[in-house]
Design a protein around this ligand. Structure first.
Ligand code: 0A1
Ligand code: ZN
Length: 881
């Protein structure tokens, strides 16, 4: 939101929630669309719910007229202050008419109605979540006011040939002066944040879909003419998502049309507006020449995510924004399950857990830490976080695990039936799931209210005489920002025990009659508890938290040899990788401490070499196993953080690994993978590309000269973007100067392809080392760089500040000062984007003293400014604490 923060920021509290004083049964909106000026006439049918005046939110609106029940109100008959229009009235029901003007082309914050692209060729669109609707018209802009919408659009036909709004089409026609109109009626009551319109010159691809319950639905994906041929994969993903939700949750689509629109100007990933999803082009367009394999998977996942919101979010929405994870955590969980079904389940789990650790754990360990259900906020836009989304999904996963597949489905059916058409709470969700299964899930509510990543420690004791193994589990959650007292949470721990030969043991807990399966789940629901396993002949190796059964940090004193056993033998692909990650962490400690002969380093390199030479290991899993935790995750392993030292130690361990595997084996493996290169998208081809990249990067650590030649050839002959970008990155990481020609070639080849150029900017912004700042500064002068495009800002500034630790955390603080300057500039255009980039300062307090001082000076200076947006001010105030 674009308010400057000179007014004291107000805090919204969950505890203050009150139901709306007036509901809105029906809204009729009429838009006279224009790029510089759009007029919006609204007719609201209001019904009293409490003894209070009508209060409508409105920001940046030019009020042209206001009437109640047909009578125009004079000044003095209403109050308009601080973004609220207040009308005192006696009646039980009334009709409020407003007419306002807004200015789309001036809207650089991309909240409300705005212009995407250029004045002469771009199109108009809206973004209303969370509080954008109030930038379009006066309305009780809160998610618990559900209304039926009728929307009429009028515009010049040549400039805006396509007119779209959510709901079913309800007529269209021509008007005088080359104008035309179209009307849409949405029969499903919805909150204002799900409202959307789009108008402009767009092309479409279409598909006729029939739902499982027999509804004919026209699916349309819309994009500008130059990219419409890159929408087929999104359509394919949409169809698969619809079928999956029918199959898996019995959920059908519920309108006659479903529109999806791509824009290059969007603050977030995509938006689930009812019947009219709007996507950042980054998550909708895909073609082999400009998209990587990862991007294909992201398109599939985000298309599914937005589609799944139609039930988890739209049909059942949130009572208030504190409940955001009710729709987001649940929808991420549904999206992750879909992707797991479409691709490889263990690899998907690895990807999701890696993301959680990279994005959510650091968030939860620093000043921006907040519960999955926050108890207060000053700017809701800053709560679309990894905690609400990714940790929220982990909480749903725990509930699903607790209930089992069938029980969870029964619970979801109950939730959707009971709350269809309502604005619900997280309590409602847990109650519905519990009721359907005759169980009480309320202990899990504590997870939603408590911030911080719990530490789970495990200690095993083998008693040879008794043939028993006692596993003691303890939990502790460190204090987080504003929340010091922590309680014990129910932590489901899925586990197996392996003998030294790597065989899983049948498990019998003390007091049980017979041994059961080799895997089971125990729940630690207090600070400490012991679990005694019987009939154990020799000291076993525990495989804990299988499948990452709870979002915690496991502390277990494994000796390297035990992890090596799991890494080689655990049949659970995820836990195998996890054992590798734990072992890599210990190997890293060896390197960091200069212990080049350390036993963990040896165990890690040996085990991986063994797996590398084992032809039975799947290419994609091997690629993941060969990737130790990243520099961002590894910061946790030292008290005072020096990103340069972290990188040096990590590179050293990778070099050791490359040496252990051997140049000859790496070269041969690369050549083998290379000979099978295609641009095909099937899973084995993708896996080969991924492994090839890992192998070449390892090879580059010991044979840089030869690796450079291989990378150059790969760049030149690459059949698709995955191989091309990987080769370019390898080349540039080896020697940015020597890679200049290839970098320039890429720039030229993709001139005009925004998404490919974003990758070009990001690739360079991520090159490690102190030179990165100068490189980024030079890139700001590139013709294609624009501060007003969120994707471009994220690709250059965001990548550099948030994902290039050695570049951003230069010891002299120059990058901090530079970023502060740019944040002020971005903030004046787009506060949401500025706030997101500013989270790069999270964690500055744990830097080593020189960097800490430099960061402190910059953060304190920024935080003291009075001319920044509420979004940016909120982040800075919390980060500075
Ligand atoms: N609900 C969307 C995310 C989203 C949130 C806010 C936005 O504008 C400020 C836009 C999109 C999702 O989860 O996909
Ligand atoms: Zn979502």
């Amino acid at each position: 939101m674009s308010d400057r923060s000179d007014a004291p920021t107000s805090v919204i509290r969950l505890a203050d929630y009150r139901p709306p004083a007036w509901s809105v049964e029906h809204v009729a909106l009429e838009f006279d669309l224009g790029i510089d000026r759009t007029e919006v006439a609204a007719t609201l049918e209001l019904v009293r719910q409490a003894d209070e005046p009508i209060r409508l939110n409105g920001e940046g609106l030019e009020l042209l007229s206001l009437g109640v029940d047909g009578r125009t109100l004079a000044e003095g008959e209403y109050i308009l202050a601080d973004g609220v229009l207040e009308i005192a009235i006696d009646a039980e029901r009334c009709t409020v008419n407003t007419r306002v003007a807004v200015h789309p082309a001036e809207n650089t914050a991309f909240e409300g109605l705005y212009l995407s692209g250029s004045r002469d060729r771009g199109f108009l669109l809206t973004q209303c979540e969370a509080e954008g609707f109030r930038h379009i018209t006066f309305f009780p802009d809160r998610p618990d006011v559900l209304s039926r919408y009728t929307v009429t659009l009028r515009a010049d036909h040549d400039r805006f040939p396509v007119l779209l709004a959510g709901g079913n089409p309800d007529g269209e026609g021509v008007l005088a002066d080359g104008r035309h109109w179209a009307r849409f009626v949405d029969p499903h009551p919805k909150p204002s944040y799900l409202f959307a319109v789009v108008a402009g010159r767009l092309e479409r691809i279409s598909h006729d879909y029939t739902t499982a319950d027999g509804r004919a639905v026209a699916l349309h994906i819309w994009a500008e003419a130059d990219v419409i041929d890159r929408c087929d994969y999104a359509m394919d993903s949409l169809i698969r998502s619809m079928q999956w939700d029918e199959r898996t949750y019995g959920r059908n689509y519920d309108l006659d049309v479903f529109h999806v629109v791509a824009t290059h100007d969007f603050n977030m990933g995509a938006m689930e507006n009812k019947g009219l999803n709007i996507f950042n082009a980054k998550y909708l367009l895909a073609d082999p020449d400009s998209s990587t394999d990862d991007e294909y998977r992201h398109v599939e996942a985000v298309v599914a995510h937005e589609y799944f919101h139609n039930w988890s979010g739209n049909r059942v929405t949130c009572r208030d924004w504190f409940q955001l994870s009710l729709k987001e955590g649940l929808t991420v969980f549904r999206e992750q399950s879909f992707s797991a079904d479409m691709n490889s389940a263990p690899l998907k789990r690895i990807e999701d857990v890696a993301l959680l650790r990279r994005a959510q754990f650091p968030e939860d360990a620093g000043p921006l830490s907040h519960p999955v259900r926050p108890s207060q906020y000053s700017e809701i836009n800053n709560f679309y976080t990894a905690t609400v989304y990714e940790k929220g999904s982990e909480l749903v996963r725990m509930l699903a695990g607790h209930l089992g597949q069938e029980g969870f489905r029964k619970g979801m059916d109950r939730y959707f039936e009971r709350h269809d058409g309502q604005a619900a709470t997280i309590e409602d969700f847990l109650t519905a799931l519990g009721d359907a299964n005759g169980t009480d899930l309320s202990p899990y509510l504590a997870w939603y209210g408590q911030a911080g990543t719990p530490r789970l420690s495990a200690e095993g004791r083998f008693d040879a005489a008794q043939r028993r193994y006692r596993l003691t589990l303890r939990q502790r959650t460190p204090a987080t920002a504003g929340q010091t007292a922590k309680q014990a949470l129910p932590i489901p721990v899925r586990l197996s025990l392996f003998d030294q030969s790597g065989k899983a043991l049948p498990l019998r807990l003390e007091g049980e009659a017979a041994a059961g399966a080799t895997e089971r789940t125990v729940v630690l629901d207090s600070a400490e508890r012991g679990f005694v396993f019987e009939d154990v002949d020799a000291s076993p190796v525990p495989s804990l938290l299988r499948g990452f059964s709870a979002p915690v940090i496991l502390e277990c004193d494994y000796v390297p040899g035990e992890l090596a056993i799991l890494l080689r033998h655990d049949p659970d692909g995820f836990n195998r990788w996890e054992a590798g990650q734990q072992l890599a962490g210990l190997a890293y400690d060896d390197c960091r401490d200069g212990n080049v002969e350390g036993s963990a380093l040896r165990a890690w390199t040996e085990a991986l070499t063994h797996l590398f030479n084992d032809k039975g290991v799947d290419d994609a899993l091997l690629a993941e196993l060969l990737t130790p935790p990243g520099e961002i995750e590894l910061v946790e392993r030292q008290a005072e953080r020096d990103p340069d030292r972290i990188r040096i130690a990590r590179q050293a361990m990778l070099r050791k690994l490359a040496q252990r595997i051997g140049a000859e084996a790496l070269r041969a493996r690369y050549a083998g993978l290379r000979s099978e290169t295609t641009a095909a998208l099937d899973a084995p081809s993708q896996a080969r590309r991924q492994l090839k990249r890992r192998v070449l990067d390892l090879y580059a650590l010991i044979q840089p000269g030869e690796a450079r030649e291989l990378a150059r050839a790969q760049y030149e002959q690459a059949p698709g973007m995955t191989d091309r970008l990987a080769a370019l990155t390898t080349l540039a990481t080896l020697d940015a100067h020597a890679a200049e020609a290839a970098i320039a070639h890429f720039r030229q080849r993709y001139d005009g392809n925004a998404l490919a150029l974003d990758k070009w900017f990001a690739m360079q912004a991520l090159l490690p080392g102190a030179d990165a700042l100068a490189r980024v500064q030079a890139l700001e002068d590139d013709q294609a760089f624009m501060l007003k495009n969120p994707n471009r800002v994220q690709s250059l500034l965001g990548s550099f500040a948030r994902a290039n630790p050695t570049g951003f955390h230069r010891a002299d603080g120059a990058a901090y000062r530079w970023l502060a300057d740019r944040l002020v500039a971005v903030d004046s255009l787009n506060p949401q984007v500025a706030a997101r980039v500013a989270t790069a300062f999270n964690g500055w307090k744990r830097l080593e003293p020189v960097r800490r001082e430099a960061a402190h000076a910059v953060v304190a200076e920024l935080a003291s400014r009075k001319d920044l947006s509420r979004d940016l001010t909120d982040i800075l105030a919390r980060v500075a604490l």
